[in-house]
Design a protein around this ligand. Structure first.
Ligand code: SAH
Length: 218
């Protein structure tokens, strides 16, 4: 984490290029691209690595975790169709970069992380750089029943299956986006809750996430 919050023409320029790159790679939602263009991703990196911050790559952020690839963040965010004021549950806070993108889109975000160091660090860093979410420490594979139902749920770690308990925490018309597969590769799955009992599931592209570890996961 950078301690000096400097966002100069150099970083802003690099961010613009990243937005154009993501557009070329198929991200079409202008609101999502605008959010990527706003969040200072270099704040999530040690200053030594600022030159890496606007490449379309995942990067180690300490505590054995990585900040997700911008393309992946944009891809999942696009699928959520965030509307102003949406109540969103994010499972796997990690660096908090995805959280910031959701906040830029006007969502109210509840985010949970199972690694205590990461939880502590991110729940301090985000308010420091101007992003305010509700942070939780614990196993998010069960969702967070206490604050359900949610308009949207995003899982940023790879699950072996879609946890039933998460589906129950969606509002009617709500969307869950979750990568599902084995340890090596996962398909991006979106589930729309069409009624109390009915869900529509779509399977999309292949990704590689760190595993979702917990009671309803690995
Ligand atoms: N969204 C993050 C990327 C997170 S990587 C970003 O934008 O950078 C996935 C995160 O999920 C890791 O930090 C991992 O510790 C966390 N995780 C894995 N299983 C979890 C669980 N059951 N509950 C909450 N967090 C979990």
């Amino acid at each position: 984490m950078a301690h000096k919050l400097v966002d100069s023409y150099r970083e802003k320029g690099a961010r613009k290029k990243l937005v154009e790159l993501l557009r070329d790679r198929g991200i079409a939602d202008e609101k999502v691209l605008k959010a990527i263009g706003k969040v200072p991703r270099h704040y999530f990196f040690d200053e030594t690595f600022w030159t890496q911050a606007y490449k379309d790559i995942a990067f180690p952020i300490g505590d054995g975790q990585t900040i997700s690839q911008p393309y992946t963040v944009a891809y999942q965010t696009e699928l959520l169709h965030i509307k102003l004021g949406d109540k969103v549950l994010e499972i796997g806070t990690g660096s908090g970069y995805q959280t910031c993108i959701l906040l830029e889109l006007g969502a109210k975000v509840y985010t949970i992380e199972r690694q205590e160091n990461l939880y502590k660090r991110t729940s301090q860093v985000l308010p420091h750089i101007g992003y305010h979410a509700e942070f939780f420490f614990g196993d998010g594979s069960k969702g967070i029943a206490e604050f359900a139902p949610y308009d949207k749920i995003i899982v940023t770690a790879g699950a072996p299956l879609v946890p039933e308990i998460m589906l129950k925490q969606l509002k009617i018309g709500g969307i869950l986006v979750i990568p599902v597969g084995d340890e090596n590769s996962q398909k991006m799955i979106t589930v729309l809750r069409v009624s109390e009992k009915d869900y529509e599931r779509i399977s999309l592209d292949t990704f590689r996430f760190v595993p979702l570890v917990g009671e309803k996961a690995w």
